[in-house]
Design a protein around this ligand. Structure first.
Ligand SMILES: [Zn+2]
Ligand SMILES: [Zn+2]
Length: 346
């Protein structure tokens, strides 16, 4: 049983861990997994090779990855420049930036965890190149690479893909992490994330996988039941400075986490994945440690974690699960995808 508050040093906020409540009676909404087998190619899918998108543009017959500027961007070069100025305390500005979509594979029926390690490594290289290209634009302050996976996080198209928002501002979580990291570095001389990794390794109970130069773990201060961080061991502000060896090792660690996720309930595991890389606004980000965060919305196979009073009303998370228990569950799962014959641990 865990019943305590844990400090989230990257977000600088408390998380209430009340795992003793996990089995309290529940009559909330449950999520039914649509077990339909997907086709390799869907003529109606706007991401499949050779298909025409809503903009009229036609996708190439791509064979690996493919990216394009989002046809319905939330930030973009075409955002109206002549907006009506706000009044007194109200401020506004044009929503400039670039929004892109990245397809992981030409296969409509694949998920990221089903890709081969070298395909995941190629994707890491693509993400790095996008970070460099978009981040070098003067109007771009930050590049957020993220994947929303699953209908429970609002994604109706199962074709494996992620999005990139290159914005004229730094996303709030990154801003908070960057400030916390800078303060910790100036106070201790050590990167904050480095201290987190040291503490996680000393404890050991929440580590999912440790490679030669990368690691995956459920953080001590996890806010979601199956939250996992994947990171290189060395401090790099972004993907841009990883060596080829580090990229290879990171791709294997990432693959293992994704496979364990899908193996957990033998279903495509829904999550929000976000790459946390340093801003590209020209500031100094010493001590910022690139990592990938997974925030899965499900607590049990058909049970959503609801964001309610504490989270939406107050801004702090209430977790009903023990990070140590959830890490053990994930660690014990096979590293071979169930669709490729990886058994469950029954
Ligand atoms: Zn498709
Ligand atoms: Zn982060």
């Amino acid at each position: 049983m865990v019943w305590e508050e844990r400090w989230h040093p990257l977000r600088e906020e408390w998380v209430i861990v009340a795992a003793h409540r996990q089995n309290r009676p529940w009559s909330g909404e449950t999520i039914e997994h649509n077990g339909e087998k997907l086709p390799r190619y869907d003529p109606e899918c706007y991401l499949c090779p050779g298909n025409t998108r809503i903009s009229g543009a036609r996708n190439p017959l791509y064979s690996t990855t493919f990216f394009f500027d989002n046809d319905h961007p939330c930030v973009g070069q075409d955002a109206p420049p002549g907006i009506v100025a706000g009044n007194q305390v109200f401020r506004n500005r044009p929503a400039t930036g670039i929004a892109r979509v990245v397809c992981y594979s030409p296969r409509h029926d694949m998920s990221l965890g089903e890709l081969d390690r070298h395909e995941i490594e190629n994707l890491l290289v693509l993400w790095r190149d996008q970070y460099l290209e978009l981040g070098n634009r003067p109007e771009v302050a930050h590049v957020l690479v993220f994947e929303n996976k699953g209908e429970v996080v609002g994604v109706s198209n199962p074709h494996p893909h992620c999005q990139i928002y290159a914005t004229n501002f730094v996303f709030k979580t990154i801003e908070i992490e960057a400030a916390a990291s800078a303060r910790h570095l100036s106070e201790t001389g050590r990167p904050l994330f480095h201290d987190i990794l040291t503490a996680e390794q000393q404890d050991g109970r929440r580590i999912i996988h440790k490679g030669d130069s990368s690691i995956a773990f459920v953080p001590y201060f996890a806010r979601y039941a199956y939250e996992v961080y994947v990171a290189p061991m060395m401090t790099h502000a972004s993907l841009a400075s990883l060596s080829n060896g580090e990229l290879t090792d990171l791709s294997e660690t990432l693959r293992r986490v994704l496979v364990k996720y899908d193996n957990l309930w033998r279903m495509p595991f829904p999550y929000v994945m976000a790459l946390h890389q340093s801003p590209t606004d020209g500031g100094r980000y010493d001590g910022f440690h690139f990592h990938i965060e997974f925030h899965p919305p499900l607590r049990r196979p058909r049970l959503l974690k609801y964001l309610a009073g504490p989270e939406i009303g107050g801004g702090n998370f209430l977790s009903d699960t023990s990070p140590e228990e959830k890490a053990t569950e994930l660690r014990c799962l096979p590293d071979t995808h169930y669709k490729r014959g990886g058994g469950n641990n029954e």
